[in-house]
Every structure is written in structure tokens, then in C-alpha cells.
Design a protein around this ligand. Sequence first.
Ligand code: NOJ
Length: 558
Amino acid sequence: MPRTRTDQKSATPWWRDAVIYQVYIRSFADGNGDGVGDIAGLRARLPYLQELGVDALWINPWYPSPMADGGYDVADYRSIDPLFGTLAEAEELIAEAHTRGMRVVLDIVPNHTSDQHRWFVEALASPPGSPERDRYLFRDGTGPDGSRPPNDWRSRFGGPAWTRVTEADGSPGQWFLHLFAAEQPDLNWASREVRAEFEAILRFWFDRGVDGFRIDVAHGLAKDPALPDLGIPDDALFEHERHKEDHPHWDQEGVHEIYQTWRKIADSYAGDRLFVAEAHVREDRLVDYLRQDELHTAFNFPFLKSSWEPNAMREVIDRAVTGLAAVDAPPTWVLSNHDVPRHVTRYGRGDTQTHEHDVGAGPADLELGTRRARAAALLTLALPGSAYLYQGEELGLWEVEDLPDEVLADPTWKRSGGTVRGRDGCRVPLPWSGLDGPFGFGPKGTEAWLPQPAEWKTLTAQAQSGIPWSMLELYRSALRLRREQSGFDSGTLRWLEMPEGVLAFERSPVLRCAVNFSGEPFPLPKNWGVLLASERITGGQLPADTTVWLWGGGSSRG
Ligand code: NOJ
């Protein structure tokens, strides 16, 4: 049984080893037949998630938004977009998830608002130097007539990170900063008012029972007030991926005092509340976010990016486990999310590393990718710490690489002038049942907001339910064992000596996990029983690209 919520703080809070399921709400389940997922759809599928056996849901932004970036452009942080439902429905969903033993984590987007947020509308209507403009980062342009942006920073979605506004009198005016799309103006975190507002927003949702927040762009809030140039050539579309020690807008020291304040707010609520940071920073700097008085956990992107290769995997695992021990933060594990190509596709390519926006990065062998994804799932779920599952990975969904140009909604597509397709391929609505689209995503006869591949009829939840060796049943079994089997709660991992190409570790003296990355079968130790394997085991041999969980404690599995 999932652990029940209590008002007490626990010695081992739930988030230290939870399995958290990411709900990309617009693509999860459509309750009202408009082609877009919503709260009603999610609520109707809570029994599915309970049966899957996850401990918590992380719901991507569901707030009112013009959807310039799939909801990461928030117009009102205290309400629900009508596309998804109402605040009352959100409250009922939170309550029902709790009744079913699952916690609810929301996405908070503090780096930027939507350009339709009341504050930004007020800023545009107010003069340069006004308090309304001070909530954002407005600056005069450079060059004799101010027609060049204040500096050379680039948007993550391509192109300049500055857009010029037209002032109330119709003249060309100041520029505002947006590290993402122009519809996502960056907030000024040096402003007291901005800080107070977000503290109130956290309380608003904590008061409604949410168990935590995933912090979007957690490393971006504080900017070097001098806004210095990065030294990027004029014609560069994207910022070069470089880890400048003193980067002026990523990982600035100033972020930490914001999170210290947030932590005090979380701690002031009953029970164990969670913050998980989306912080793309150097691993040795990540620990600073996870100090005892700051955030609880952070996503482990090196694991998500790692190639399917034993030495690379072992190295990222080791770095996570040992690196975070210094601050007593649990490691986290994630293979896919709404921003990267699905791992079935990635693992089926020649180059199995994650590259951003790499749709079309070479053909994928989906059979091989699926086999490796099964092995990766058992590896991930055997590691100490908490794990994030991205909706649809339990069905073995692959990246949809042939979406027609006209349906692409990711701002990257437009901002790159139609050269970078973006992230829609991992956001295609889930197939639940039936033989034709929308595969139970919405009522029969409706069309999902992105077209689903016809081949997904074999991957629906219905088609896989109760079918031995299906991906869905593999996940269900793994989550059940992880909950029930002693040893998974040890919090530790000890590597075992293995031949080249095989990784094996012990979670307790009687619980082991072995992964065979080599192309050859590997003989399993005698006297150990197979608890679960990602492929059939015959003749005591662990086949290639297979993971096994082994039990050495005799017949009782205490
Ligand atoms: C990270 C989110 O995961 C991504 O989807 C979004 O586009 C950016 N942050 C901007 O909010």
C-alpha cells in the first residue's frame, strides 16, 4: 500500500524514494471531447495510476495561459485554464488523488510570466522607470537610436532574448528580456513585490493540499544586474552550450536566498512537502540547491542524457549517489520528460545520448529501443532514491517523428524559422483503448490535438493490460515489488565486480540488480532466484540488453 499522508514530519519523508508520474495534462486524457487533455480526463484515470502503483503525480502547468509554450506562459497563477477545467475540479482532483494514496506535485513557473499576465499588461501601459516595469527586466536599447538590444543574450528557443516594445505614444521604446519565447517575459527577482507574490502563490496551493512543486528553470531566476554580454556572434540562433563559471543569467548565487525563503514556507505546513528543481547546472554546483535549508531534490539530467553504455551509466549513477550524499539529498532518476525525445527512440539510435531537439537525428530501431527501454526501466526502479516516469513510457511509446509541419506547436519551430522541429513528438496524446484514433484519449469521433500513430493500437493501456511481458505489466510488477520487497528501502547501493559490459549492484545482501549491456548472454549466479526480468531468462543466462532483479534470501521474500 502507498504510505498514507500524515500531518507529521517523518524521519524518512515520502519523496526520498517515491515514484512520481509526470502528467503532461494536455496529452493525458480528454474528458470533454475538445481534443485536449483536462482535469476531468485525469480524474477518470486516477484508478489506472493507482493500479500502476505510483506514489505521486507531477502535473505540468494547468493555469490560465495563452499556451504560447504549452502552459509555461502563465497568465494567472491562482486559477485553472478553462481548457483544463476549474479550480473546484482541481481541488476535487487533489482530494481524490489523496484518497487513493497518491500525492500531487504542481509545476511552478517563477522565471517568467505570460505576456498576458496582468503585470505585463500593466508594464506595457506604464512608462519607462515605473514600478510596473520594475517587475520585469525592461532596458533601453543600445546603438544611437536604441534600436539594438541591450545585450547579446539568446532565447532558449532561438533568436534574441530581447523584444522591443512600442510605447503608449506610438514611438519605438524599451526592450524586455525573455530567456524563452517573447510571450514569456522574465520577471525581475530583485523586486520585493515579485518575491512576495510567489510566496503567496506557494501558500495558495499548499493551502489547497498540494504536496509540492517542481520549479521550472530553477537556475534562472537571478540575473547579473549589469546584464553583461556573453560574447555571442550576431548571427547565432542559440546560445552556445558553455558552462561559463560566471554565467550572467544561469546559476547565479542570488537564487539561493529565494529558495531558503521558499523552504521555510514549505516547512511551515503540516506533513512533508517537496520542492524538486529543474536546474541545469554543473553537478558540483547542484548540491548548493539541495542544502538542508533549500530545496529537497533536483532532476538528474546527466542520467536522462547518458548513452546506453555501461561505463557512462555507472559513472552518472556514482556521481549522483556520492555527490548528493554530502548534503543528505536523495538522488533522483528520470529517463524521459516533455522536453526530450522519448527514450524508446533514443535507445534505438546509433547514438543513444540525449540531444535536445534531435528529432530526425538518424533512424531508430524501435524494437531494439524498446528492449533497452525495458532494461532501463528496471535499472532505474532498482536505484536508491526517487524516480520520475513520464506519461506513456509505461506503454512503451516512442517519439513521433513524422508529425506534419502544420500541427507543430512548440515555439522552437517558429522561432527557428522552421529549421528545428521542437518537442511535440514526445507530447502526442496517450493511447488508452480501441483500434482507431483517438484511442480512448477522448470520446469516440473526436480528434486529439496532435495526431497519434495508427501503430499505437497495439500499445494502448487496454491492449497491454493483463498481457504477460507487455511494457505496462512490466512497470506494474516493478512498482509492486519495489513497494513490497524488503531491500529497496535501504537507500544504499554497492557495486559488484562484473566482467566488461555487465553492471550489477546490491541493494541489500539478498537483493541484487544486474544489467547486461554486452552483446553476449551472461551466466547468472546460482542460488539466486529471479524476482523480475525485462526479458525471458532461459538456461540461467541473462540475455543482452536485459535487466534482472535477483533475490538471494531463500523462499521467504520478507
Ligand atoms: C522548462 C520546461 O520543462 C519547458 O517545457 C519550458 O519550455 C521551459 N522550461 C520554459 O518555461
